[in-house]
Design a protein around this ligand. Structure first.
Ligand SMILES: [Fe+2]
Length: 288
């Protein structure tokens, strides 16, 4: 069963000693959630005022690319956009510093993906079962294949009203991988998806299986009500998790920051624990 393990860090950039680094890496690679319960990401006055305004009422997610500086998901005016841009860019910076410090052995391989601000309340949001993140699932991106790379995410609860962000987490990835029939992709389908620009790069057999697992878990009523842990992340908490490995569901809460990183498995301490290696063992063939 996945655990949420608390670590004592209270500073985004203080150097990490070998004890902390080894503990955090071992926990993440084993499929646990690493929680820094006193590591708040603090808003400026301006950001606080803007983040609670009706401007963001309809946005589930405001997302940001630190590679291009592009902001998506909000239709605010230029002055507000500048504040939001600053907020997301700062979170991208903070979380990169944190990850490069605490997970120093990964640094050469870390690829920075999107940053998001999630102001909207999760519970009660109307959505299809496939997009319903209140159901346990592992992350897999239909249009952005990761081709075996890990999905490592940093989250911070920035709720200004004292409300926790409530998650459920399930069991081991290996159990999930052995739970379902996993037929391979149809011949030629990966090229077709790429030609039609449905995917941004080639969807490997690994990506195909991960999408199946994402959907199979969400559709599996027995899994959804089976062994699991519910955890409340209080405001001021920052947590790290491999969301491609840990079945997770976000049940309630509003106002969170999130930063995604991708990591080729060769940079892991123990690549055998990665979903791609587990699936390759279970299926008896190479997947990327
Ligand atoms: Fe997710």
């Amino acid at each position: 069963m996945t655990q949420v393990l608390a670590f004592g860090r209270e500073d985004w950039q203080a150097p990490a000693d070998a004890h902390e680094r080894d503990g955090v890496i071992a926990a993440l690679e084993a499929g646990d959630v690493v929680a820094f319960e006193h590591l708040p990401f603090v808003f400026t006055e301006q950001e606080r005022a803007l983040s609670q305004s009706s401007l963001l009422g309809d946005s589930k997610n405001i997302s940001y690319s630190s590679a291009t500086g592009e902001l998506k998901g909000c239709n605010a005016g230029p002055a507000e956009l500048q504040v939001l841009h600053g907020l997301l860019a700062r979170y991208a910076d903070y979380s990169q510093t944190l990850v490069r410090t605490v997970l120093a052995p990964y640094t050469d391989g870390l690829q920075v993906a999107r940053t998001s601000f999630r102001p909207q309340e999760i519970s009660g949001r109307p959505t299809s079962w496939r997009k319903d993140d209140t159901r346990l699932h592992v992350d897999s991106f239909p249009s952005s294949p990761v081709q075996g790379r890990r999905i490592l995410r940093v989250f911070s609860n920035v709720n200004p009203f004292g409300e926790s962000r409530v998650w459920r987490v399930g069991g081991s990835f290996e159990d999930v991988a052995r739970r379902y029939e996993l037929p391979g992709p149809l011949w030629g389908s990966s090229q077709l998806l790429n030609w039609l620009h449905i995917t941004k790069s080639r969807r490997t057999a690994y990506d195909h299986h991960m999408l199946r697992l994402h959907d199979s878990l969400k559709a599996d009523a027995a899994y959804q009500s089976g062994d699991q842990l519910t955890h409340e992340f209080a405001p001021g908490t920052t947590w790290l998790v491999y969301t491609d490995q840990v079945p997770h569901a976000a049940m309630s809460g509003r106002y969170a920051m999130e930063q995604t990183f991708l990591l080729p498995v060769k940079y892991m301490r123990n690549a055998q624990l990665s979903p791609v290696k587990v699936l390759e063992r279970v299926l008896g063939r190479e997947l990327v």
